[in-house]
Design a protein around this ligand. Structure first.
Ligand code: 5GP
Length: 188
């Protein structure tokens, strides 16, 4: 067994969502999103990935969309210390193109308190897109501090700190192919 595999075995408490479940749900979401925008007969859907946690989910999702898609990226810092967010969002990298008068779908990794989502909606909504929707892979509804929901949700999960499929702990674990619960001892 490799040192990395041993590290995962010791630090991942449980596999919450395995690769098959992820692939199946991403397919379902892509079908749902494609159908919704096909009825609008749009000529472009701007898919904006929130760096860095959404990239793996986004790359899997967009390859299954049956729509004319362009992509852009936004990097934000939520002043996260360890495993909890502080609620203040700062733009580290803005999107490259204007979204005024365009249909926009923002891809998030996880909605927890909802504070990041609220800041994103305020920030991008002020640029007057034609429509603005949010798709998140994961949702922790029990932790919500603001009354906001994503338009498309992959999975609702309990209040546990998860890593993998793009989500990190201090920069690590993003490449893990499943969503796993990190043992509290690993970050406490
Ligand atoms: P919110 O502003 O909704 O509280 O937090 C959203 C951000 O907090 C996510 O984009 C993510 O960076 C971080 N976050 C919240 N819960 C988790 C989790 O369980 N695992 C990881 N890796 N990040 C999380």
């Amino acid at each position: 067994m490799s040192a990395w595999q041993k590290h995962l075995d010791e630090n991942i408490e449980e596999i919450l969502i395995d690769e098959q479940m992820l692939a199946k749900r991403v397919n379902e979401l892509a079908k749902e999103i494609s159908a919704a925008y096909q009825t609008l007969d749009i000529d472009e859907l701007v898919v904006i990935g929130v760096l860095r946690g959404s990239v793996i989910f986004m790359s899997d999702l967009i390859r299954r969309l049956i729509l004319p898609v362009t992509i852009d990226f936004l990097a934000i810092s939520s002043y996260t210390k360890g495993t909890r967010t502080s609620g203040t969002v700062r733009i580290l990298k803005d999107i490259a193109e204007s979204i005024t008068d365009k249909h926009v779908l923002v891809i998030e990794d996880i909605v927890d308190t909802g504070l990041t989502l609220q800041c994103l909606l305020d920030l991008l909504g002020a640029r007057r897109p034609k429509s603005l929707k949010i798709c998140t892979l994961l949702d922790k509804p029990t932790r919500r501090l603001v009354d906001l929901e994503a338009d498309y949700v992959g999975f609702q999960i309990p209040d546990k700190f998860v890593v993998g499929y793009g989500l990190d702990y201090e920069g690590h674990y993003r490449q893990v192919p499943y969503i796993g619960v990190l043992k509290p001892e690993a970050y406490q």
